[in-house]
Ligand binder design. Sequence first.
Ligand code: F6P
Length: 325
Amino acid sequence: MAQINNIGVYTSGGDSPGMNAAIRAVVRSAIYYNVGVTGIRRGYDGMINGDMFPMNRKSVSNIIQRGGTILKTARSEQFLTPEGRKIAYEQLKKNNVDALVAIGGDGTFRGARVFGQEYDIPVVGLPSTIDNDLLGTDFTIGYDTAINTVIDAVDKIRDTAESHDRLFIVEVMGRDSGLIALRTGIAAGAEAILIPESKTDLKAVFERLESGRKDKTSKIIMLAESGEAGDAFEIGRQIKEKFPNYDTRISVLGHIQRGGKPTCMDRVLASRVGVAAVEALLAGRRNEMIGLIHNQIAYTAFENATKHFVDVNPDFLKIVEILSI
Ligand code: F6P
């Protein structure tokens, strides 16, 4: 096992709150273990362009509480090609980087996995995406902050819905996962939740709306983006057609879900897996994502740390039905 002298750290793919806390944990623990650390800007693009700089204890001062990523992030087309990866490897050699910590989601780990197979460089990953859609960890860095941002917004929307007797369809992110919609729907007291993991029965939703309490005049439908029943505008159109008497509005929350101060949960998760990542590299581990399962550090091979469709706990959907009477 070759000795590691200089760990490169980068963030890649969509940003998520807590990435800075993860960078801080990697930098500080590398220094703690007397290993150099190099920041790579804009993910794989920065690797290819040689956009790297030495980091020290102070480079990560006062960032644990900040959203976004001080290293910036990108989705790289060039890294998808063998030529791009060859240049990236040469740049790492030139900058004496001999191990990597990749912070990101599914796409980030796909890149890391191919790179680790083609070149003799140990790489480990930290799960960081608001979508919480990776196997090998109970939670990803950024998910907790995102769901808290969503319920904050929906609580505000509820005020207007209540005052005006309105029905709101609130569309949230998650790419092809409904985990943001599922939890926030329960937490915000939604009347219905529409997610891709469970077949959307709009007819049943309509019937529930029709038979619901007449004195309950505000209604919230939480909708995950990219569900098979269509986006918020399409579902809104169908509701207006079926229930012309409802004063219906649509709210697509968008990128506010990706920003903001990370919650305590996300900061602690990022700190724990960040330290564990450096320790894993020094112990000779490679090609693995470092997550948390049942509150314990868990190592999952990159090839298994993929996007997944969780089997949504049917109890969660039943809870919505029971509690929205
Ligand atoms: O993966 C994070 C995420 O925010 C998804 O929830 C969403 O579908 C996507 O990224 C949006 O990507 P972009 O910022 O490129 O529009």
